[in-house]
Design a protein around this ligand. Structure first.
Ligand code: CAA
Length: 276
């Protein structure tokens, strides 16, 4: 693939959007390659994914403005659908996806991060939906997911004003969970970049997730996502079914058996969870 890199490290898959010269902007080819990459993830061995952008400056600086500039109404709608289909694939992907946001996350970049389960970012990250300044609406789910994540009032303010916000503000409003800084020496020189620390933090979180029972983690993702789309009476039924689905799995037997173990040593032992 030209614009998407994929690497598996133990039970973690790392997807990197690799179009650094254009600040990792999403053109049709990047979107197609992303879709193919998600399709090719080995779900028997990978338990958590990390999505990031190549380089230190930008996660994704939006949909490709050059490609969009000459689209007709019908083509614009089709381009929106292309992005939405990929982002929905990410959102409903069976295993968790962590967005490691290493710089600009504007327009389609903010939108792709919001289709992931969890967002953490480097201190130089900047989020925003600048579309109204370009004469369009957000088109890859921004009007929907931003309002669900940070509330309608804050989403409307960000989208109508097209004002970009820095990492700390994104954290304050709940758009990201954590801001990762560079490591400095006593003189204030950077010894480890914010991007390197961000990736280390993302991998740490991913491996913590990967150590837990995989069927239970998948069912939690589905319960939260599906439950948020319906009313509470139906949502708790969704949870009941997914809760019940965990019983009789090897993981449930091992996890609970371990807890009930009288032997203290064995009780504290990490359970080697399986995908069954
Ligand atoms: N599309 C296409 N190319 C882009 C791009 C984008 N969204 N963002 C950056 N680039 C390209 C630039 O054209 C430039 O290419 P050249 O070197 O060939 O000229 C290269 O990336 C570097 O960009 P800059 O020189 O502009 O870098 P900078 O540091 O001066 O500025 C920036 C960085 C503030 C992020 C600026 O590039 C910028 O404002 N980019 C556009 C951000 C944007 O508006 N995103 C929303 C797009 S619309 C959208 O996403 C719609 C949707 O919801 C589906």
């Amino acid at each position: 693939m030209e614009y998407v890199l994929y690497e598996q490290q133990d039970m973690i898959g790392i997807i990197t959007i690799n179009r650094e010269k254009a600040l990792n902007a999403l053109n049709s080819q990047v979107l197609d390659e992303l879709s193919e990459t998600f399709d090719s993830v080995d779900l028997d061995t990978v338990r958590c994914l990390i999505l990031t952008g190549a380089g230190e400056k930008s996660f994704v600086a939006g949909a490709d403005i050059g490609e969009m500039s000459t689209l007709t109404k019908a083509e614009g709608e089709a381009f929106g659908k292309k992005g939405n289909d990929v982002f929905r694939k990410i959102e409903t992907f069976p295993i968790p996806v962590i967005a490691a946001v290493n710089g600009f996350a504007l327009g389609g970049g903010c939108e792709i991060s919001m289709s992931c389960d969890i967002r953490i970012c480097s201190e130089n990250a900047m989020f925003g939906q600048p579309e109204v300044g370009l004469g369009i609406t957000p088109g890859f789910g921004g009007t929907q997911r931003l309002a669900r994540l940070v509330g309608a009032g804050m989403a409307k303010q960000m989208i109508y004003t097209a004002r970009n916000i820095k990492a700390e503000e994104a954290c304050r409003i709940g758009l990201v969970n954590e801001v990762v800084k560079a490591t400095l020496d006593e003189e204030g020189n950077v010894t480890v970049s914010a991007k390197e620390n961000l990736m280390a933090e993302a991998k740490k979180m991913a491996s913590t997730i990967a150590k837990n029972a995989p069927i239970a983690v998948r069912n939690c993702k589905k319960a939260i996502n599906d439950g948020l789309e319906t009313d509470m009476d139906k949502a708790i039924v969704i949870e009941e079914k997914l809760f019940g689905d965990c019983f009789e799995t090897e993981d449930q037997k091992a996890g609970m058996g371990n807890f009930l173990e009288k032997d203290k040593e064995k009780k504290l032992k990490v359970v080697p969870f399986k995908n069954r």
